[in-house]
Write a protein that binds this ligand. Sequence first.
Ligand code: FAD
Length: 421
Amino acid sequence: MSERPTSRHAVVSGASIAGPALAHELSARGWRVTVLERAPQLRDEGQNVDIRGAAREVCRRMGIEEAVLAGGTGEAGLRYVDARGATIAELPAGDNDTDGATAEAEILRGELGRLLHDRTRDRVDYRFDEQIAGIDDRSDGISVRLAGGDTLEADVLVIAEGARSRTRATVFDDVTVEELGLHVAYLPVPRIPTDDRWWAVHQATGSRAVGLRPDNVGSTRAALTFISAVRGLETLDRDAQIEVLRRTFADVGWQADRVLAALDEAPFYFDATARVKVGRWSRGRTVLLGDAAWSAGPFGTGTSLALVGAHVLAGELAGRDDHVAAFDRFEQVMRPFVDRAQSVGMGTMKAMNPSGSAGLAVQRVVLRAAARLAATPLRGLVEAISRPPSDAVDLPDYPPARPAALAAVPGGDRGVEGMSA
Ligand SMILES: Cc1cc2nc3c(=O)[nH]c(=O)nc-3n(C[C@H](O)[C@H](O)[C@H](O)COP(=O)(O)OP(=O)(O)OC[C@H]3O[C@@H](n4cnc5c(N)ncnc54)[C@H](O)[C@@H]3O)c2cc1C
């Protein structure tokens, strides 16, 4: 597929991972890109995310692989501990693109977002504290009216607003958001001398878990996860969420009290995980990308899928004038990958977060055996459960960004080193 000279314009709503990754890829191919973000600045919260398989290859093509590895947290692996902190099992980090309970390439979500933003900020128009107020999709273009008053004329509109996107509902009527009941709060806690390079997890009864992960910015990243049948907790205000977390984790032991004590001061991100299914990801000139299109739930797939999706969508759009054909092809390439990620069942989620002490005992037996039996199918199975399918996509070869196209945009020669044909 040959690149076409272009001055086409994409409006992208959402500046987390999928939005800036697409901005990177489209602007490198000569597109004009405007990214809208509802928050007043880049959102920093969240913890370590894994980059595996096809997503690692996409980072290579984007020319950001070295920066991602350099910005990694150096996590040694995953260690399960009991309520007193004694080790139950240790699963070391992988040393290649795909394997390991911790990926070789893992980076704070906020650091990855910043990296993508920094690489594109001088050739992409980022508008924070902004969101879409209206859309007029015509055969010759799409007008995007902004809450701030401007109207942008574009060739395509990309909604990358995450699983709970609101703009999506104004365009698509075949969206299912399946609440999985798994809730998570991520927050940084002050590092103490006993924190090491391992991702330590204490799984308690009642499907509750406390996790601590190392970071590379001087703190430790905590996660509190729990399964609850109560819906709407993610919409509560901050104080009410803190109250829910304090009640839920009061008797969990290990480092739970330390994490609960940090809640008052720390910026935290609270979410109820959901699985998003949309019949078709595009309509007219509007297309969904990232969690807004396909949130797969609690298995850490989101970032890898977002990076791959952004690369594929940009590659398809850059290769042809016909946005409908590009959206079709994007969907054809990504669907199998997404279907696999979404096929991880509720049973797996419950097995990873057992409710009763019998389930917890079984989990510990399996983990101990997996830790002892390195390089066996059991270890592979346990690691596979703790990480998403990441190599289930046949990544097409897209032409590298053309130097001429890059020269046309300020700073456009950055961020494409190493991009393969
Ligand atoms: C603050 C935060 C912390 C996270 N932490 C983790 C984590 O620790 N581990 C993990 O596995 N995953 C985490 N995630 C989810 C992870 O980022 C995604 O699963 C994955 O990277 C795909 O990202 P996305 O860009 O498609 O969507 P998201 O990451 O959900 O980002 C959507 C973006 O769109 C913005 N937005 C929403 N509505 C609008 C609107 N109407 N107009 C304009 N902008 C809008 C949001 O503010 C956000 O910046 C986090 C997400 C966020 C937003």
